[in-house]
Design a protein. Structure first.
Length: 499
């Protein structure tokens, strides 16, 4: 008889990936948890950022591990080579790009989510109800109807892609899923201000609409979209044979936090039968602060709204969300059910549409749990206070900048972003740019604080984008004092700027 026909297991020992000694792993797990809570508790005592030393870079280049290693030793290497060199975004003085802070509750819920490890593509299980509940809360917060649909995604980029895909599918005027863009005689175009996030362009490139399909509209002095210029462009583009399908509004541009007049954009969309997508990656959350809700007027008229929970709701990266007003249009864009995903009326494969019918991903993680646990633990009222606190602190920083004659505020503080620069007598534009780059680098490299840099009105500026629940007013004082000090230091004896 052939070996493979024999109905007995081979003699090899059977293996799995569970611990051989659960007690040892339990002890290690407790130690990790204690260490991580201490790490978070003491974060303010460490530098906001530090360079990874050459020796550590070397340590992190190793041959592929073929044989098992002791789990405790692996953890100890993490402690030695990884943990001390973070990006810095859990530190109270990190304000670079727009990166959230995370929370201890977020950490713990990631542990629980990974333990259950459900696949949130579909199926019948309680985690699915948790995601549905979170989406329901998001609809309520942003004033979307109960009949609307939504999806938790990796972040704002994916949320924009999903929203724009529904826009294209719904407004193309032909079956774009079936025929692609082949043979369609007119270029489909999408409109938004010059302050739009790059993820919108990437989405259009990916969807075959091309970066030429993205029509950038000039902005007003406050960096919001020039609505009249948009109207003219729509008219000219139509006359030139293009087919406008969508307007993208910014509820907080990434560069300066400028907010477009969303009511005006929604009106245009209504009049001209265009899809209204709002990129509210961080800014959408200003709507939960009553005295700021006016700035977000019109946002709830969006056909699709993209926003993050890992920026301004401080949840661990990754979690973003897209809401789509018309569930059917959302499903029509993405739903596809091969035989191996067919649904049953009973059992684990029942339960109506799957989350995979609303987006690109089939296998999806249980990111809903951190949202569910965080919202329940802190409550919306606490988030309201924190989002307000961040905006108040940004206004405070803006005022500090304005009171110093050597500092210049480079855009109005609309939400939570402050852009400014150091001025020095006798320096031209280029030299001032170089000076500010050097100030920023020194402040980062010394671990004092981590703002980032950008260009506003074609000048280099220091940018604070504030979605940090650990920041105190005193941290803003410290930043301003450090910028002044470092500026003076650079301009001191022996000063030389290379442009
Ligand atoms: C951050 C950001 C995005 C992208 O979101 P990710 O979560 O980083 O993918 C899109 N739009 C704006 C305005 C942003 O600030």
């Amino acid at each position: 008889m052939n070996d493979k026909d024999r109905l007995v297991p081979p003699g090899r020992p059977e293996e799995n990936l569970d611990p051989q000694d659960w007690e040892a792993t339990r002890a290690l797990g407790h130690r990790m948890l204690d260490d991580m809570l201490d790490y978070m508790k003491t974060v303010a005592d460490r530098p906001a950022w530090q360079e990874v030393p050459e020796e550590v870079v070397e340590n992190l280049r190793e041959p592929l591990p073929l044989e098992p290693a002791d789990e405790t030793l692996v953890y100890e290497q993490f402690q030695r080579d990884v943990l001390p060199y973070p990006l810095g975004n859990i530190h109270p003085r990190f304000w670079a790009w727009v990166i959230g802070t995370g929370t201890p509750m977020g950490v713990l819920s990631e542990l629980l989510a990974a333990t259950m490890n459900p696949n949130m593509g579909g199926g019948v299980h309680a985690p699915r109800l948790v995601e549905e509940q979170v989406l329901e809360w998001m609809r309520e917060i942003f004033g979307f109807p109960e009949s609307s649909s939504g999806l938790l995604v990796s972040g704002g980029s994916m949320a924009n892609l999903v929203g724009l895909a529904v826009a294209r599918h719904t407004r193309a005027g032909f079956d774009v899923r079936k025929q692609g863009l082949h043979g369609w005689p007119r270029r489909l175009t999408v409109y938004g201000s010059r302050g739009m996030h790059s993820s919108v362009q990437k989405a259009l490139e990916l969807m075959g609409m091309g970066s030429d399909g993205l029509r950038m509209v000039d902005t007003r002095p406050d960096h919001s979209i020039d609505v009249e210029a948009l109207k003219r462009m729509l008219q000219e583009d139509r006359a030139a044979g293009m087919q406008p399908v969508c307007i993208v509004a910014n509820a907080g541009t990434v560069n300066t936090g400028a907010v477009d007049d969303m009511d005006a954009l929604a009106d245009i969309c209504e009049d001209q039968d265009l899809w209204f997508h709002v990129d509210g990656a961080f800014g959408a959350w200003a709507a939960i602060v009553p005295e700021r809700a006016g700035q977000m007027r019109g946002m709830n008229r969006a056909d699709s709204l993209a926003f993050d929970l890992h920026k301004w709701l401080y949840m661990p990266i990754e979690i973003g969300c897209v809401l789509v007003r018309d569930r059917k249009q959302h499903l029509d864009t993405f739903s596809l059910t091969p035989a191996y995903l067919e649904q049953a009326v009973r059992g684990v494969a029942a339960g109506g549409n799957w989350f995979s019918d609303y987006g690109l991903q089939l296998s999806r993680n249980f990111r809903a749990l951190k949202a569910w646990m965080s919202l329940k633990t802190y409550g919306l009222e606490k988030y309201r206070r924190l989002v307000r606190q961040n905006m108040d602190q940004a206004v405070y920083l803006g005022k500090l900048v304005e009171t110093h004659p050597t500092l210049q505020l480079m855009a109005p503080v609309s939400l939570n972003i402050v852009v400014f620069r150091y001025l020095a007598e006798g320096l031209d534009g280029e030299a001032t740019d170089e000076l500010n780059k050097e100030i920023l680098l020194r402040i980062q490299e010394r671990g004092i604080a981590v703002p980032s840099g950008t260009r506003v009105n074609d000048r280099y500026v220091i940018r604070v984008a504030h979605v940090n629940h650990r920041t105190r007013y005193a941290d803003m004082d410290l930043l301003v004092n450090s910028v002044l000090e470092v500026g003076r230091e650079i301009l001191g004896p022996g000063f030389q700027i290379q442009s």
